[in-house]
Design a protein around this ligand. Structure first.
Ligand code: FES
Ligand SMILES: [Fe+2]
Length: 435
């Protein structure tokens, strides 16, 4: 399949433990590598497809992708959520086109076959008409089901690999971040109440996987925001929930907390709350004091920390949002951002969080556009393919290997990025054996 069969893609990542970590330019730019990733990474991992609250009633559906394979996730009349390939079993048209919505049944737009909410064939149109289907016709039972669908605390993931490990063990140490984010809710639940903000960038999907957990870039890429914050402080909007910080505090913040490189490919960066007193005595002090009583000091520190995280290969949680990115081609990626609400929190808290996200991540926010601009700049820069390698050494000598086989790093270490590339290498080495 590869145009360059003499190159072992597993060799695109070179690691000398504790010393050097390099990634080849072609890992981001080669179309054959991209094809291998779709098959051997996206079809062999758990891919996030939505949150249970996005399927409130029978017929609620979402369309999504596993790599480039279109799927539909839908709630049936018994209340069960199922995942199917979004492809009519007759001659292949996608059944549902909208990103999300509600239907009574799935009707194919091409020749009108109908499937029920559990994917079963309900109607073969004009079946007995002249020239229709005879007595020997073998009617397809229904849509092909995606082999695995599992939920972790309401977060729904699918996998095309029937033998993949259970979702909870796949998530590994990343569960501590998900749990802390969800435990901010007095009832331990979040809800997605709005449609996503969708954007596309010119660049490879892995640029987003790397960036969402990149504590190193903030003061540089988002320099304009840092300057605004320095000049105007909280008047840029803390909305009572997300205290802005002086640029000095932001700089110091970079040297607090930890990063994590999970053996499954996930990564996270976590910084403790700068000032827990601000939370306990602030506008939402009652909610925070109750959380402190219920969970105790250690867990409370986790709940109130700020964490950015990525679930390998294409989902992340940052701020109060779930982010999903979808590879379109080797140099184009779609990003969907879903702000979520904390169930049981005061309405003013959720409203403030939404305003705070709009400040940084919305279409006119201070931050997200900086990142997409940088992705385009990296894509442009990588065209200088005479430069062979990208450098991921930062913090390597201080990473600690944990008992489970993860690495814990210092705050602005590139440990989370190395997690992605270690998992990538492992899976691509298996791919090149099969190629
Ligand atoms: S392709 Fe769906 S009914 Fe023909
Ligand atoms: Fe950024």
């Amino acid at each position: 399949m590869s145009r360059t069969p003499e190159i072992d893609v597993g060799d695109y990542v070179r690691e000398i433990p504790g010393q050097q970590f390099l990634v080849r330019t072609e890992a981001y730019t080669d179309e054959d590598v991209f094809e291998l990733e779709m098959k051997h990474i996206f079809e062999r991992t758990w891919i996030y497809v939505g949150h249970e609250t996005e399927f409130p009633s029978a017929g609620s559906f979402k369309t999504a992708y596993v790599g480039r394979q279109p799927i539909v996730v839908i709630r049936d009349k018994e209340g069960k959520i199922g995942a199917f390939f979004n492809r009519c079993v007759h001659r292949g048209a996608t059944l549902l086109r909208e990103h999300q919505g509600t239907v009574q049944e799935m009707r194919c737009p091409y020749h009108g076959w109908i499937f029920d909410l559990a994917g079963r064939t309900r109607l073969v149109s004009e079946r007995g008409d002249p020239g229709g289907y005879g007595a020997n016709f073998i009617e397809p039972e229904g849509l092909l089901r995606v082999p695995r669908l599992e939920s972790y605390r309401g977060l729904l993931f699918v996998s095309l690999d029937a033998d993949i490990q259970p979702l909870a063990s796949y998530l590994g140490e990343l569960k501590t971040v998900i749990d802390a984010k969800l435990d901010l809710s007095p009832v331990g639940r979040i809800a997605i109440a709005s449609k996503p903000y969708v954007c596309r960038y010119r660049g490879n999907w892995k640029l987003q996987t790397e960036n969402i957990v990149d504590a190193y870039h903030f003061m540089h890429t988002h320099g304009a925001f840092v300057k605004l914050q320095a000049k105007y402080g909280d008047s840029t909007g803390d909305f009572g929930v997300h205290k802005g910080r002086s640029s000095r505090e932001m700089r110091e913040q970079r040297f607090r907390g930890e990063t994590w490189s999970c053996r499954q490919g996930h990564g996270f960066a976590r910084v403790p709350a700068a000032d827990p007193g601000y939370l306990l005595d602030g506008e939402f002090g009652r909610m925070y004091r109750e959380l402190l009583d219920r969970h105790g000091e250690a867990a409370f520190a986790g709940i109130t920390s700020k964490a950015t995280s990525t679930v390998f290969p294409s989902m992340g949680m940052i701020h109060q949002q779930i982010r999903v990115w979808r590879p379109i081609s080797v140099d184009e990626t779609e990003v969907l951002i879903y702000p979520y609400e904390i169930e049981g929190a005061p309405d003013a808290f959720n409203a403030g969080m939404l305003r705070s996200q709009e400040r940084f991540y919305g279409p006119s926010g201070f931050g997200m556009t900086d990142d997409t601009e940088i992705f385009a700049r990296v894509t442009q820069g990588l065209r200088a393919s005479s430069v062979e390698w990208l450098v991921f050494d930062r913090g390597m000598d201080s990473d600690e290997r944990t008992e489970s086989g993860d690495y814990r790093g210092l705050p602005s270490s590139e440990a989370p990025q190395r997690a992605l590339w270690r998992a990538w290498k492992k899976m691509m080495q298996q791919a090149s054996k099969h190629a």
